[in-house]
Write a protein that binds this ligand. Structure first.
Ligand code: HEC
Length: 237
């Protein structure tokens, strides 16, 4: 080991002593690891405040697959951060356990459009129907692209059942009965959306991909929301 009197303390203390440097590096990296891991366990302890987070219905799951395949995550995040400007704009900040049935997560990394984690219930179904067809018709000046093909392409019940099976193997608690009865479940949920869209004069058949996407969007951030809002109020958020 040489000590260079002109060099910085860092060079003399660490960079000339590789064993010590390795130890110091391990300590520094461990701190980073601990900071990431500890909240995972402390948040899990609070999971009971979010009782009521349940898996997506088959139609919502289909909508989620469309959200992923269309790359909506390139412009939309699904994570409200715990900052005042975000909670004022979007609502309660996102909790880890809200994503427990999201495989994979759709946190996103860019916001060219707004965060959509608390989107459920913000607009009527008919608004989404219009917006997806022509974003500028509901949001003047929008740079979001239109998605006309979602009104022509249909979803496939067998594909949705296959998707549910895949989720089942990943630990999402769909029963075999849930999968077997997916068809009726989808029909009932789609019929409600068709009725809501129809009330404004538009005609939806119910098997269009956009119907599944609307079901998914209306579900986002809904589970456990009441508990989160109460908590936010109590915490003065
Ligand atoms: C090129 C970026 C881009 C892509 C891709 C994109 N969006 Fe958007 N989105 C935007 C922008 C910008 C806005 C804000 C203006 C508006 O309402 O149209 C927006 C707004 C929205 C809103 C209204 C949110 C709110 O809270 O007001 C919804 C819902 C939405 N997008 C859904 C989607 C879905 C679903 C997809 C994928 C099929 C998608 N977007 C793809 C840019 C994008």
């Amino acid at each position: 080991m040489t000590t260079d009197t002109k060099a910085s303390w860092h060079r003399n203390l660490f960079e000339h002593r590789s064993a010590l440097f390795a130890v110091a590096m391990t300590v520094a990296i461990s701190i980073g690891g601990i900071v990431e891991i500890v909240p995972m366990y402390t948040l899990a302890a609070k999971a009971d405040t979010l009782a009521g987070v349940t898996p997506y219905t088959p139609l919502e799951l289909a909508g989620r697959d469309i959200y992923v395949s269309e790359g909506c995550y390139n412009c939309h995040s699904q994570m409200v951060r715990p900052f005042r400007d975000e909670t004022l704009r979007y609502g309660a900040w996102s909790r880890a356990d809200e994503y427990q049935f999201d495989r994979p997560f759709q946190l996103g990394s860019r916001r060219i459009g707004p965060d959509v984690h608390r989107l459920g219930g913000k607009y009527p179904d008919a608004w989404h129907w219009e917006h997806m067809r022509d974003p500028r018709s509901t949001s003047p000046g929008s740079i979001m692209p239109p998605y006309p093909w979602l009104y022509e392409k249909t979803y496939d019940v067998e594909d949705i059942q296959a998707s549910m099976k895949a989720m089942q193997t990943l630990g999402v608690p769909y029963s075999d009965q849930d999968i077997a009865s997916a068809g009726e479940n989808i029909q009932a949920q789609a019929a409600a959306i068709v009725a809501n869209v129809g009330a404004t004069g538009a005609t939806a058949k119910g098997d269009e991909q956009v119907v599944a996407l609307i079901a998914y969007m209306q579900r986002l951030g809904v589970d456990g929301r009441a508990a989160l809002e109460a908590e936010a109020k109590a915490g003065g958020q």
